[in-house]
Write a protein that binds this ligand. Structure first.
Ligand code: GLC
Length: 474
């Protein structure tokens, strides 16, 4: 029996390159392309934020729809485009609530609940009815509750990209959509954890690596939701994210000074010298160059770095940081940049072009995460022959093979297991000591660059999930 190709609406609050704040944006901008290649009728929907209007002023308006919600008559303008290098349609829904300067302002809860609601009425809005809606994180998760209460025969796949952000929303906000306490599995302090509700109400739950799928069943990683995840265990899948090699590829990357492949790996050093120069560090190919390209959040393990920084900067190495985030870590990295200008360079900005230059120019990418659902940085680094140095957790554990002194044939980076600053320091010492051994280093680079972290196999797993659901229910 051949299975019918499913019709999928892919909904997320961000989608690269139109609007990107983190890894979810990369996934939304690339997984649908891979699914389209498998013949899936997949379309993406996003709010039409002010930032998108500004950066993409010429998007085509395809229609205006008037929609009655529980509270009001809403006018929605629909704009359309395609994901770059693909035939995947992307629709941008515009209304008076989505046009905010900062999408995470005080109205953000209302904004994302409204978006979640509109997702469930996409048949009326677009004139196209999906049979499965693929939701991502809390910002779109409540669509599963709206679908349940309206008894629509649409299946839901809910992907957890980061369990820690639950999107707690007061009942008063939810009541503006006609929802009451009876619609939810748990109301605590007059507030609802959207992540919990999406996990409870969706048909299938996935997360972005096999290891994280196991970890979130434990109290340590479960963010208080491990019990309900355990209840849904038979519908929970861990599928590793892929990387968009249209965007991250040293052979074709227009953002980097010199392009290269493993066959021309000797050219990589030119990118390093360039990076040292623009970072105002001593230009010297012999000094191991470490980089951090990340949201500067507690999740990422920077507290470990904080406690070893004095010892670390005694070593002969350089460190370049690129990212924005929590004030505490911004200050920490800024301070060490000022205190050790010969060794540390800090760029507190979000800059995808510079991020690729870091991937191309550095020798080692640091990701000592406390937890990491998947992590895309290590995948990008490997493609550029920059060896990841990570804590073995979640997706980092599933993708980075630690060099143990013997496994030259398979290792593609460095890792440590126990979350402890002494372990991090030891691992950095181990990696920088190996760095002058060009023969082994290049073998590890070959392993990293030749590993396949494209979307192909994971997209096929998602397709299997969509088809299984459709076949089982019809
Ligand atoms: C979140 C997670 C990260 C993951 C990304 C995409 O940002 O923290 O680990 O790679 O989502 O799924």
């Amino acid at each position: 029996m051949s299975l019918k190709q499913p019709k999928i609406l892919f909904a997320a609050y961000e989608c690269a390159p139109f609007f990107k704040m983190g890894g979810l944006g990369d996934v939304a901008g690339s997984l649908p392309k891979a699914l389209k290649k498998l013949g899936v009728d997949i379309r993406v929907v996003l709010p039409y934020y002010r930032a998108i209007k500004k950066n993409y002023p010429r998007l085509k308006k395809i229609k205006t729809v008037k929609l009655a919600t529980a509270a009001e008559q809403l006018t929605i303008d629909v704009f359309a485009s395609r994901l770059p290098n693909s035939e995947v349609p992307i629709y941008f829904l515009s209304n008076k609530y989505f046009d905010a300067l900062d999408i995470f302002d005080a109205d953000s809860r209302f904004r994302f609940i409204l978006f979640s609601y509109l997702i469930t009425r996409v048949g009326e809005i677009l004139g196209w009815q999906p049979d499965t809606i693929h939701l991502n994180d809390w910002h779109t998760g409540l669509a599963s509750i709206f679908l349940k209460s309206s008894q629509q025969p649409v299946k839901t796949v809910f992907t957890i990209h980061n369990l820690a952000y639950g999107g707690d929303t007061p009942l008063t906000t939810l009541s503006r959509f006609g929802l009451t306490a009876a619609d939810f599995s748990l109301v605590k302090n007059n507030s609802v954890n959207i992540m919990r509700e999406a996990i409870t109400a969706s048909d299938i739950i996935t997360t972005v690596s096999p290891s994280y799928a196991k970890e979130i069943l434990t109290p340590e990683f479960g963010c208080g939701l491990d019990d309900i995840l355990k209840k849904r265990k038979k519908d929970l899948y861990g599928i590793i994210n892929g990387l968009d090699y249209d965007v991250f590829n040293p052979v074709t990357d227009k953002n980097i000074p010199v392009r290269y492949s493993f066959q021309t790996i000797n050219r990589k050093v030119t990118n390093k010298l360039y990076l040292q120069k623009i970072s105002h560090l001593p230009v010297n190919e012999k000094i191991p160059l470490l980089t951090i390209v990340s949201r500067l959040a507690g999740q990422k393990g920077f507290d470990l770095l904080e406690s070893i920084v004095t010892d670390l900067l005694q070593l002969d190495l350089q460190l370049i940081i690129l990212g924005t985030g929590e004030a505490h870590y911004e200050k920490f990295f800024k301070t060490i940049g000022q205190k050790y200008p010969q060794k540390v360079s800090t760029q507190l900005i979000f800059d995808p072009q510079l991020a690729n230059q870091m991937m191309a120019g550095a020798d080692i990418l640091l990701m000592p995460s406390r937890y990491e659902p998947c992590g895309l940085g290590q995948l990008a680094a490997m493609k550029y022959g920059t060896l990841p140095l990570v804590r073995a957790t979640g997706g980092l554990k599933d993708t980075v093979i630690n060099y143990d002194g013997h496994n030259t044939a398979t290792a593609n980076g460095f890792s440590f297991t126990t979350y402890d600053s002494a372990n991090l320091l030891k691992t950095i010492k181990r990696a920088t000591k190996l760095f002058p051994d060009k023969k082994i280093w290049q073998k590890l680079q070959a392993n990293a660059m030749q590993a396949d972290f494209s979307w192909g196999p994971s997209a096929r797993e998602y397709l299997g999930i969509y088809q299984r659901r459709s076949a089982a229910r019809t």
